[in-house]
Design a protein around this ligand. Structure first.
Ligand code: AMP
Length: 284
């Protein structure tokens, strides 16, 4: 497994496989890897000849400087995990390599970034758009692998690939969870023991809401009840709990719920557990 830090070294490494027409798969990550990331690597290994994992804690997608500072960095453990998973190349650039100067280009994803994460993290998806398009241009992959865990990110990158005619195929991998339902996340390692126990509220409420929706209960009532349950749990602060169309992210309201075909919808939530912000979602 090659570990490379510069774009030039990466280009040199990829020249031969490209010439031979080998299929390259990119798995973009911010490190602090867990089995969720490894499931993307496994999906890539099934589909491509060369698996390339990028590790880059992208400063431009953090709207909160404290969150950027606190983001876990575990490069040694990460590379050991990736070696074991059979990855071919790790691309781990420093910020100066990716951004010799602050980027001037700005992405505006319109409605797609006006809701959910976009509403609570202004500028986040601009940063995601810039870094993902840079990674696509640098690595020119045939396939790129993303997790369903970041459902809004998937919708945004899908639109960006279409708008900018990136010549690659996106592969979306289901969310990997702990046994009790908590979605794996790099941020989970920052949870205290007490907060770790509280963190199951997200996946638990998603599952309960799904059962109740399928049983025909009013979405309005479900949303109020879920909000109340979060309010009752001290140290947990709900940001949103919404039902959205999985592809367009159109938000279901009581007014349009009659026309909603539940199988095209997903429940999405974000909450602070202590000072750790977690997100999760569940397709109906
Ligand atoms: P991150 O390092 O958090 O930027 O995540 C890198 C990629 O891994 C993204 O495409 C995420 O959606 C995906 N990912 C993160 N957590 C999980 C998970 N629990 N299951 C599946 N994919 C995940």
């Amino acid at each position: 497994m090659k570990i490379l830090h510069t774009i030039q070294a990466l280009n040199t490494q990829l020249a031969q496989p490209r010439k031979e027409g080998l299929k390259i798969g990119l798995v973009p990550t911010m490190g602090a890897l867990h089995q969720g990331h490894i499931s993307l690597v496994k999906a890539a290994k099934k589909q491509v000849d060369i698996v390339l994992v990028s590790i880059f804690v992208n400063p431009t997608q953090f709207n909160n400087p404290e969150d950027l500072k606190a983001y876990p960095r575990t490069i040694e453990e990460d590379t050991a995990l990736l070696l074991e998973a059979g990855v071919d190349i790790v691309f781990a650039p420093e910020a100066e390599e990716m951004y010799p100067l602050a980027p001037m280009l700005k992405f505006d994803f319109g409605y797609l970034e006006s809701i959910l994460e976009g509403a609570f993290r202004p500028g986040h998806f601009n940063g995601v758009g810039v870094v993902v398009s840079k990674l696509f241009n640098i690595t020119m992959p045939d396939f790129a692998f993303f997790g369903q865990k970041d459902l809004q990110q998937v919708a945004i990158i899908r639109k960006m690939v279409e708008d900018l005619s990136f010549q690659l195929e996106l592969v979306i991998v289901p969310t990997v969870r702990e046994e009790d339902g908590l979605a794996l996340s790099s941020r989970n390692r920052r949870l205290s023991m007490e907060d770790r126990a509280k963190a199951i509220l997200l996946s638990q409420q998603l599952r309960e809401a799904r059962v109740e929706l399928l049983a025909g209960r009013s979405w309005f009532d479900i949303q109020i009840e879920v909000t109340h349950k979060f309010d009752q749990c001290s140290g947990v602060r709900l940001e949103y709990f919404e039902l959205v169309k999985t592809n367009s992210l159109e938000i279901a309201s009581e007014a349009n719920i009659e026309q909603v075909d539940l199988k095209n919808y997903s429940l999405c939530t974000a909450a602070f557990v202590g000072d750790v912000r977690l997100i999760d979602n569940l397709p109906i």
